[in-house]
Write a protein that binds this ligand. Structure first.
Ligand code: B12
Length: 311
């Protein structure tokens, strides 16, 4: 009942705008007129169902009323501009990460999950849900990590990743295995859990070790991984570069052929990656999964003598 009343108020507001438009003359009228979807479809020269789909997928902004949807002239113009070849990039008009961020900061898992579900329902690719929604929302949080919001946001984000991962995981043949870990001392867990899910989405198995992982554990996991292709080390804090260097050194000694990828805010560039003994560096997670893809698809190098000798 309460919801119906809210909607009625909204309809009335739209009508008031219309009246105001009329009063302010021809130009003013057109600026604020609200149209129903049938009228919108006629204006755009498309079928009603196409206009409806654009609304449901958040490409076309619209207001819900008790009888359907209404679109103002301004909303329609924004939509038309977004579809012109020289206009803004043609993609979802919804800033999903802006919607998610307040829910993260409030520690509101239900609202946060609703944003992700809406994004998925609107046709957004799972990888984009992680990268363009969740990661973007996290990256927009204030850098100072000491206040409550940061902790709340990270706790909710953890649960969202768990839900997304469970929803999207597919059984079946895999293209090899990647070990993902954050080195000793490192407690930022989201990079590793998100990267692990993105790798699995590509049909590659992932041994996800989490955070604060000692070098010997990374090496042991790598040794026992079936068809190991790469070890990815996520480094959020530059303070932990020492333990990354130790881990890569141990990996080199035990598994000379394995490719080591590093990244995260703690590894500024390729040079730093080289200094800690890594083979590859990626500036973001999209690039990281592209590196994984290229390594997994490359022919396997012949095993070196030292490694063969150890069996
Ligand atoms: C959430 C958060 C926390 C949470 C972490 C909880 C958790 N479960 O993870 C809490 C509150 C606990 C925390 C603690 C700390 N944090 Co903090 N935290 C953040 C915050 C807000 C988001 C980090 C995050 O998860 N982002 C999501 C990931 C996916 O994005 P990203 O890290 O930016 O990664 C991008 C790239 O770097 C790359 N990438 C990331 N990982 C990987 C991995 C690989 C292999 C590759 C190739 C690429 C890659 O891809 C991403 C983009 O697509 C950032 C600030 C910010 N606004 O970004 C600070 C930040 C990461 N924290 C920071 C710091 C300093 C700390 C503390 C030391 C603060 C303190 N005073 O105690 C502690 C350290 C704890 C520890 N020992 O590790 C610094 C790190 C600075 C640095 N480069 O050295 C940051 C950058 C804030 C800042 N500017 O000062 N933090």
């Amino acid at each position: 009942m309460r919801q119906v009343r809210v909607r009625r108020v909204r309809v009335r507001r739209v009508r008031v705008r219309q009246v105001r438009g009329v009063a302010s003359g021809a130009h003013g009228y057109h600026r604020d007129v609200a149209m129903n979807l049938k009228q919108v479809a006629q204006r755009l020269g498309v079928h009603y169902t196409t206009a409806y789909r654009w609304v449901r997928t958040h490409q076309l902004e619209a207001d819900r009323t008790s009888t359907g949807w209404e679109v103002t002239e301004a909303q329609l113009r924004r939509f038309e501009a977004s579809r012109r070849p020289d206009g803004p990039v043609r993609r979802s008009r919804v800033a999903w990460s802006d919607r998610l961020r307040p829910a993260l900061e409030r520690g509101d898992e239900v609202a946060a999950w609703r944003v992700l579900e809406d994004a998925l329902r609107s046709g957004m690719e799972p990888e984009a849900c992680y990268l363009d929604v969740l990661v973007e929302a996290l990256r927009s949080l204030p850098a100072e990590g000491d206040h409550v919001d940061g902790y709340l946001a990270a706790a909710v984000a953890d649960r969202i990743v768990a839900r997304l991962g469970a929803r999207l995981r597919r059984p079946g043949r895999t293209r090899g295995t990647v070990v993902v870990a954050a080195p000793l001392g490192e407690r930022h867990s989201l990079s590793t859990s998100i990267l692990a899910d993105l790798i699995r989405l590509r049909g590659v198995a992932c041994t996800e070790l989490g955070v604060d992982v000692p070098p010997e554990v990374v090496v042991a996991a790598a040794r026992s991984a079936r068809n190991l292709r790469l070890v990815a080390l996520a480094v959020s804090g530059a303070d932990h570069l020492g333990s990354v260097a130790l881990t890569t050194a141990r990996l080199r000694a035990e598994l000379p052929d394995v490719v080591v990828l590093v990244g995260g805010p703690g590894v500024l560039n390729d040079d730093v990656a080289g200094m800690v003994g890594a083979d590859r560096w990626a500036s973001d997670l999209r690039e990281a999964v592209a590196v994984v893809d290229s390594v997994v698809d490359a022919p396997r190098p012949r095993r070196r003598a030292a490694h063969d000798a150890r069996g």
